[in-house]
Write a protein that binds this ligand. Structure first.
Ligand code: GUN
Ligand code: ZN
Length: 446
């Protein structure tokens, strides 16, 4: 429809990933967004005059990006615990299972209190949006009403989100922080029904068994059935830490591997994303490939609580979908830029250990943070890069803001500018954020 109203037009340099190129730079281009928030066109600037006739926009409506600016796709955080945001940056001195019982479960139990939930959830949604996370795949807590509130806040501030009410019925050291299996089923059904009833355009439920150690076999089966009957996303954790892997083997003696536990309970689908996967074997990765399930790589968390190091190169070799996650608060940073840097660090550490290891490039890591994340969440038909017809989820980046963290020098082209932003940049450089064509940063209320 050539008469569709064009809501925004940008002109300048755009940086994104394609299936063929980890980084594609489009210079001197114009990009139009229609009033449904979809990308309507991307053209060379010299065609602008003919375009302006066809598309009925005034050239004065164009946002002209400066020399040191570019647009990039919004970043996708494929694994973040909204409920752990309050203690981000602390409590990183214990290994996973002790960390859960000592710090995590006592804090998560507080989300029975909606006022407490409202305060933390408002802050995490705003913080991550400011940092350029246009899509977040959230764990909430076991509390249905607080989880619904997280969905409401993501919608209010305009973030695209998958929101999971956490399910767990065993092995919690905090007696009040677990559910009975029947409670868990009833509340999960209620959560899904009520969230879908809100008809938020960009917020969807995700079925969330915490991990195998927190769930009985019958609960896992129940959740697999709910997810498959309603064609919903699924998220959990897998093979994060060696002690966890061994315990899963003893608790599920009928299963060949940790992956087999989820496979047997119908929890590995092409809408599943499993966090960590540090200690998965090649055979397990093969199952991920066959089922179309994805891995969320959470390098800050993996190092911070000494869980392990995921070999991303090996995961990619098995053609398993992979995105990046902050894993707040096992990870201490809510920024996907940090997840990119830690991904590179981990990859370089693997190269130090084995010179044959092929280190990831910053271009590959940029892809993982954008298009890769959209694939991991099975949202790549809608978001992830700049393709006509996809939703416009984007960041306007200015690498030279006053008193900012980056210095540029003569002769530095767009690729160098991108690399400097990925390694040195922060939220000061992310001057505007768009989700489905709607500008959500700067915040409307500030
Ligand atoms: N495994 C089960 N629950 C959690 C959690 O909250 N954080 C991390 N990092 N791993 C988990
Ligand atoms: Zn996690």
């Amino acid at each position: 429809d050539t008469t569709a109203r064009i809501a925004h037009v940008f002109s300048g340099t755009f940086v994104h990933s394609t299936p063929r190129a980890a980084v594609e730079i489009l210079e001197n281009c114009v990009l139009g967004v229609d009033d449904e928030g979809k990308i309507a066109f991307i053209e060379k600037e010299k065609d602008l005059v003919s375009l302006s006739k066809i598309w009925l926009f005034e050239t004065s409506d164009i946002k002209q990006l400066g020399q040191n600016e570019f647009l990039m796709p919004g970043m996708v955080d494929t694994h973040i615990h909204a409920s752990q945001y309050s203690y981000t940056g602390t409590a990183l001195d214990l290994p996973l299972l002790e960390w859960l019982n000592t710090y995590t479960f006592p804090v998560e139990a507080k989300y029975k209190d909606l006022e407490f939930a409202n305060n933390v959830y408002t802050k995490v949604v705003r913080r991550t949006l400011k940092n350029g996370t246009t899509t977040a795949c959230y764990f909430a807590t076991i509390h249905t009403d607080a989880s619904l509130l997280l969905g409401e806040l993501a919608d209010k501030f305009g973030q695209r989100a998958l929101v999971g009410k956490v399910c767990m019925d065993c092995n919690s050291a905090v007696p009040q922080y677990k559910e009975s299996p029947s409670e868990c089923k009833v509340e999960t059904d209620r959560f899904i029904k009520e969230l879908l009833k809100k008809q938020y355009p960009h917020v969807k439920p995700v079925v969330t068994p915490r991990f195998a150690l927190s769930c009985s076999a019958s609960l896992l089966s129940e959740l697999g059935e709910i997810a498959n009957n309603n064609k919903l996303h699924i998220q959990s954790h897998i093979s994060e830490n060696k002690e966890e892997v061994e315990l899963v083997k003893t608790l599920f003696p009928g299963c060949k591997s940790y992956t087999d536990v989820y496979l047997k309970h119908n929890l590995l689908t092409d809408k599943t994303v499993m966090a960590h996967g540090c200690h998965l074997t090649d055979e397990e990765l093969e199952i991920f490939h066959e089922t179309g399930s994805a891995i969320s790589h959470c390098p800050n968390s993996n190092i911070s609580i000494c869980s392990g190091m995921l070999n991303v190169r090996n995961v990619l070799k098995h053609k398993v979908k992979l995105g990046l996650g902050t894993d707040v608060a096992g990870g201490y940073s809510p920024s996907v830029l940090d997840a990119m840097r830690r991904t590179l660090d981990t990859s370089k550490t693997l190269t130090i250990q084995d010179p044959q290891h092929q280190t990831l490039t910053f271009e590959e890591v940029f892809r993982l943070a954008t298009l890769g994340g959209s694939e991991a969440l099975s949202l790549d038909e809608q978001i992830g890069n700049f393709v006509v017809g996809k939703d416009f989820d984007a960041l306007r980046v200015n690498v030279c803001v006053p008193d900012g963290p980056i210095d540029l020098f003569p002769g530095e082209g767009p690729k160098v500018i991108l690399e400097k932003f990925l390694n040195l940049g922060d939220d000061r450089n992310i001057t505007e954020v768009y989700v489905a064509g709607r500008q959500v940063v700067p915040f409307l209320d500030t």
